[in-house]
Design a protein around this ligand. Structure first.
Ligand code: ADP
Length: 265
């Protein structure tokens, strides 16, 4: 999975990342789906350990263009995991109250506590993406946010949070197909606003490239996930999660009492 991780400070040209890539699976969807099932089971066990140990915290950031597959990734990668152990935080257009605070205020409240996994479906990165592309604040304001974000994430990491960030990379053609499917099959999920953002595709790609270059750090790395093939996208995200959690070497705690010879009456 290393090849999808962005090394700190690296110039990123998203045109050089193939959204159709299926890695070693070479397009074999059935094998990919079997592999995901195995990952689901490992993740289920790892989440249980994480909760039992009450020592680590995991924050997963998901960003993508519209129809990039954030919802599907959450649904499939976490299939089988105890819903009580995982929480999803959505970040929509900020409310009046949220706008009356700094942009990290609403974000910090949602970060995981001990033993928790929290998935950010959109995140503080919207504050250097849509906010930049739609010119909601001047460049000098969003321009200094990369530094804030790196410092904020460093603080979280120093205090015991493991951070993983995924950009689900689809191309404009794939978005067109997914929008068309939505229009035909799930019109309630379709909004005219999505078409506006589609028009701004090049500006978004530029904004994402800057995010990836400026904020992929040793303590909070970005992964660019090939996401035209949904099954491969799930596999990449699932593998990175499982490998990262396994590296934490989590153990079930010893029982509080001496249980030798205990008989349940
Ligand atoms: P989703 O597309 O994630 O399923 P919505 O369709 O409700 O959910 O979209 C949420 C919208 O909120 C997106 O258009 C996103 O760009 C916008 N948004 C999120 N954070 C901010 C922000 N900080 N400032 C402005 N808009 C934001």
């Amino acid at each position: 999975m290393e090849r999808y991780r962005i090394r700190p400070g690296r110039e990123v040209d998203l045109r050089t990342f193939d959204p159709n890539d299926t890695g070693a699976f070479d397009g074999d969807k059935d094998d990919g789906k079997d592999a995901l099932k195995a990952l689901n089971e490992r993740l289920e066990d790892l989440q249980e350990r994480l909760w039992a140990e009450q020592k680590h915290r995991l924050l997963v950031v998901l960003q993508a263009m519209d129809a990039g597959g954030k919802d599907g990734t959450i649904r499939h990668v976490f299939e089988g995991v105890n819903p009580q152990g995982v929480r999803v935080a959505n970040f929509k257009v900020p409310t009046r109250k949220e706008l009356a605070h700094d942009y990290l205020w609403r974000v910090h409240r949602e970060v995981p506590g001990d033993g928790e996994i929290v998935i950010f479906n959109r995140s503080h990165y919207e504050d250097v993406l849509v906010v930049r592309v739609d010119r909601l604040v001047p460049p000098e304001v969003w321009g200094r946010r990369y530094r804030h974000i790196n410092d904020f994430e460093r603080m979280l990491a120093d205090e015991g949070t493991t951070l993983l960030k995924f950009y689900l990379h689809i191309d404009r053609e794939e978005q067109k197909e997914r929008f068309q499917d939505r229009l035909d099959e799930k019109p309630w999920k379709f909004s005219m606003g999505d078409l506006g953002k589609r028009e701004q595709w090049p500006q978004y790609m530029e904004a994402y490239e800057d995010v990836l270059r400026e904020t992929s750090t040793g303590w909070a790395p970005w992964y660019v996930v090939p996401a035209n093939r949904k099954w491969y996208r799930n596999l990449v995200v699932g593998t990175v999660l499982v490998e990262t959690l396994e590296a934490l070497d989590m153990r079930y705690p010893a029982p509080a009492d001496d249980l030798d010879g205990v008989v349940i009456p």
